[in-house]
Design a protein around this ligand. Structure first.
Ligand code: LMR
Length: 394
């Protein structure tokens, strides 16, 4: 049997992570995988996470199964964090999932189950694993224009033009904030236009929100998701706690299915639970319990928010420092977009050969489409990167 297996394409982000690890050079900079690193290059366990883990360790009496949807207190806490009352609770079905990836996967499966002819419109570019999972599931996907290669902002006219091609029932996948991989984001007026188009054309909104708190702030980053959830008749929201709680390996995510008709919620809920049962049965609990503990405790929550804010501001500082340094070295404003982008990533718009050159000649690792993880930098490496970018001729 096994001899019939065919090698599968490597995930380009994870392959890059491996290449970086294997590079023997001392002078190397990892701007690849989307993991936050502090100035010392460490991905710390957040203070509130440590404290909550201690509390869970002391108080937890049993490791018996939770429910198929995970702990309902986790869903409540996360729904509140993301939607903050924008939608009545009775309209929201939700299950815990293994990370944001698990939430996306379950969402796609739900779409395929509910409407096998639905196509999923994805931004061009989008997170490569969206594409990989959709291909794997055999779901038709249609790219819509998103990134303007000239301005490195959102090609909003192109996006709207492409979304107009969607048929009723098609799904539009949107990044709630901190677009991955580009770092370019719509403003709320543009989001409202997208909502109008979704409603006019009878489309289904799906939001992937994996970086709440990394862009303009915890509330600000959820504003678009709240707008969509409260304005459309049906939507799916896939959320991740990997980055904003720094619990990457705990696989902590949530999938919501929201319907404007609350009488639909019970069926949505049981379908989500069914999908969990088919794929992995009970979702992981540890990360979810830690997150619930933090969100339910005034002091832990405040401490978490403060540390998250420090993380956000450090990335903004690095963006500004890099944009300034590039302006100084290149004598032009053409890298100003780096300070405008939000979240962990910026696509700098370098050709693949230049990305390769940065890796081979300068030990700088960024994803082949020229996505760099800003959090992989520190005050010392920003000038090195800026020099290299100018030297290779980006
Ligand atoms: C990324 O985009 O680098 C992260 O979301 C990590 C991943 O799983 O790809």
């Amino acid at each position: 049997m096994f001899e019939h297996l065919k090698p599968q394409p490597a995930d380009k982000i994870l392959a890059l992570m491996q290449m970086y690890r294997e590079d023997p050079r001392d002078q190397k900079i990892d701007l690849g995988v989307g993991v936050y690193k502090n100035a010392e290059g460490i991905t710390p366990v957040m203070r509130a996470v440590k404290a909550a883990e201690r509390q869970v360790w002391e108080e937890q009496q049993s490791k018996a199964y939770t429910g198929l949807a995970g702990d309902p207190a986790y869903s409540d806490a996360m729904i509140n964090l993301i939607l903050n009352g924008a939608v009545p609770r009775e309209n929201v079905a939700a299950v815990a999932t293994p990370g944001g990836t698990g939430a996306c996967r379950q969402a796609f499966e739900l779409v395929r189950m509910a409407n096998p002819s639905a196509r999923i419109f994805v931004s061009n570019p989008t997170w490569p694993n969206h594409i990989s999972i959709l291909n794997y599931l055999g779901i038709e996907m249609v790219p819509y224009r998103y990134f303007d290669a000239e301005t490195r902002g959102v090609d909003f006219d192109g996006m709207i033009e492409d979304l107009k091609q969607a048929r009723p029932g098609d799904v539009v996948l949107l990044h709630g904030c901190c677009h991955n991989p580009t770092g370019a984001n719509m403003n709320l007026i543009q989001w409202q236009d997208v909502v109008n188009l979704i409603n006019e054309q009878g489309l289904i909104a799906m939001i992937d929100i994996a970086y709440q708190g990394f862009g303009d702030g915890l509330e600000e980053d959820a504003a678009a998701t709240r707008l969509v959830a409260s304005s459309v008749s049906e939507c799916l929201i896939a959320a991740s706690c990997s980055k904003n709680f720094g619990v990457y390996r705990e696989r902590t995510g949530l999938l919501m299915a929201i319907s404007a008709d609350a009488s639909q919620t019970a069926l949505n809920q049981s379908t989500l639970a069914f999908l969990n049962r088919q794929n992995y049965s009970f979702p992981p609990d540890h990360g979810a319990r830690v997150v619930t503990t933090i969100l339910g405790d005034v002091a832990l929550r405040a401490d978490w928010q403060q540390e998250l804010e420090e993380v956000r501001l450090s990335m903004l500082g690095l963006r500004q420092q890099l944009a300034d340094e590039l302006q100084r070295l290149s004598g032009s404003d053409r890298f100003g977009f780096i300070a405008q982008h939000r979240g962990m990533f910026s696509r700098i718009g370098a050709a693949p050969e230049l990305v390769e050159k940065l890796r081979v000649e300068h030990g700088i690792y960024m994803v082949g489409d020229s996505r760099m993880n800003i959090a992989g930098l520190n005050a010392q490496t920003v000038p090195i990167l800026a020099q290299a970018i100018v030297e290779v001729g980006v």
